[in-house]
Design a protein around this ligand. Structure first.
Ligand code: TGC
Ligand code: FAD
Length: 400
């Protein structure tokens, strides 16, 4: 409910950053219920373990996926095939709550629901959908999405992975890099060049010639599995092709879905940092007074709350547009650019408020900041999204 300042009996009682913006007033009962459900699940099942997973650089992805599947968030905005069929906005709110725990958990859900499941749901044959989607919705089968290659990240059009027709089937060769969920996936959606341009393939990961070595020694997204995909003469039947995806618009259409989730998700990480910093500053005494009572601290907090609230208002606007079927991919670029850039700035500023304590895993702040370095890069770097916006504003492409 709105904050009624004039009737507030305790004007000095702190208000949460998003409470200050009366964000809840902009959500329906159903949306708030979904958000609260995911928040409670995260607090109970994920948050107690996440610092350990991050420190160990190892996520029990299968258990986590099954738990999230039972919660109903895997492919939740898709309809049919065992998916929950919620609004896009509810999906965004779920991403926000998961990323408030850790970006790696939101990553798992993004890749599963918005990239791998969405690719099959939107571009797949009826047989592909029935074979994979119900198991993916429950987390019994994990999916990954192979677009990036060692030499082609921002410019996937240059990809070298090929799919050649042979005896009515396909033979795939090439390497994909930085693939979330790769080593734990049962199914990989792989994008490859064919004589008809870029096409997508549904690859069961037990197919001979497929391997997925895990990438280690990461300093970011440590509670997430990241892998290389090696496709060495992988033979697939003719019906492994995603029939509805032709050209780069196929994978980019999936990226639109996942980027939308990040618009909300990154703000979840920022909110967690800011709430942590406010609590810390109220508790911590410096020069015999609470840190929160110093003007410099309050200016930091006010500026961060302002960016968080503005980002949230933009995210909600984009969510409403998406649910109305009117969201343009260029608007998703605006949202991803803003949310991630501001979330990273907020995480770093909050780290200063925590002083030395801020560099430990006892608090979530530097973990979030480190994770957000990946979020800044994947799903289109900030530079790429700036160029998308620049092209929209000027009509001139500056990519190449
Ligand atoms: P361009 O000439 O602009 O377009 C080629 C074709 O694609 C269409 N298109 C889109 N379709 C849907 N959604 C979009 N956002 C689209 N943007 C472009 C376009 O209409 C055209 O279609 P058609 O039918 O005429 O052929 O393409 P370009 O080569 O100039 O590149 C554009 C650029 C640079 C924006 C694009 O390549 C890009 O977005 N690059 C960034 C790559 C990227 O985001 N990779 C992400 C990999 S997946 C990942 O990071 C997962 S992390 C997950 C996690 O853990 O959470
Ligand atoms: P590059 O494309 O080499 O870019 C390097 C720098 O150059 C960046 O700053 C970039 O913005 C800049 N740059 C590039 N082009 C231009 C230009 N035209 N003008 C100005 N600057 C430019 N990919 C998948 O396919 N699936 C996944 O599941 C997946 N998960 C990932 C998980 C993690 C943890 C990470 C870190 C990455 C993941 N990626 C995944 C890969 C990710 O999408 C790419 O890293 C990203 O697209 C950038 O590609 P790159 O790393 O090759 O950087």
């Amino acid at each position: 409910k709105s904050i009624l300042w004039w009737s507030d009996p305790m004007p000095s009682k702190p208000v949460s950053p998003l409470g200050l913006f009366a964000i809840d007033d902009l959500l329906s009962d159903e949306e708030r219920a979904m958000r609260d459900l995911v928040r409670a699940y995260g607090a109970r099942e994920l948050r107690p373990h996440v610092a350990d997973w991050f420190e160990a650089g190892s996520l029990p992805a299968r258990d986590v996926a099954r738990g999230l599947g039972a919660l109903g968030v895997l492919g939740m905005h898709l309809h049919g095939y065992g998916c929950a069929g919620t609004s896009a906005l509810s999906y965004g709110l779920a991403c926000m709550e998961l990323e408030a725990v850790d970006s790696g958990l939101r990553s798992l859900v993004s890749v599963q629901g918005s990239l791998a499941m969405y690719a099959i749901w939107h571009y797949g044959s009826e047989e592909q959908k029935e074979r994979w989607l119900p198991r993916m919705a429950t987390g019994q089968a994990i999916g990954c999405f192979g677009l990036t290659e060692p030499d082609f990240g921002s410019n996937p059009a240059g990809m070298r992975t090929t799919a050649k027709r042979e005896n009515g089937g396909w033979v795939l060769n090439g390497t994909k890099m930085w693939i979330t969920n790769g080593s734990v996936a049962e199914v990989a959606v792989v994008w490859a060049g064919t004589e008809d341009g870029i096409r997508g393939f549904v690859v069961p990961t037990d197919t001979p010639g497929f391997s997925a070595p895990e990438i280690t020694r990461k300093l970011s997204l440590r509670a997430s599995v990241t892998s290389e995909l090696v496709l060495d003469g992988v033979r697939l039947p003719g019906d492994a092709l995603l029939p509805g995806a032709e050209g780069l618009s196929g994978p980019l259409g999936c990226l639109d879905e996942a980027r939308f989730g990040i618009v909300f998700g990154a703000l979840g990480a920022a909110r967690d940092c800011l709430e942590t910093a406010i609590a810390y500053a109220r508790d911590r005494e410096v020069f015999d007074r609470p840190l929160a009572g110093f003007q410099l601290t309050q200016q930091k907090l006010a500026d961060m709350a302002l960016e968080l609230g503005k980002g949230m208002l933009l995210a909600l606007h984009l969510g409403r547009l998406k649910d109305a079927g009117r969201l343009d991919p260029r608007q998703i670029s605006l949202g991803k650019l803003n949310s991630v850039r501001e979330a990273l700035a907020i995480a770093r500023e909050c780290r200063t408020i925590l002083g030395a304590n801020g560099i430990t895993l006892e608090y979530p702040v530097l973990r979030h900041a480190n994770n957000l370095e990946s979020v800044l890069t994947y799903e289109g770097t900030s530079e790429i999204h700036s160029l998308v916006v620049g092209r929209a504003l000027t009509g001139i492409s500056a990519f190449a």
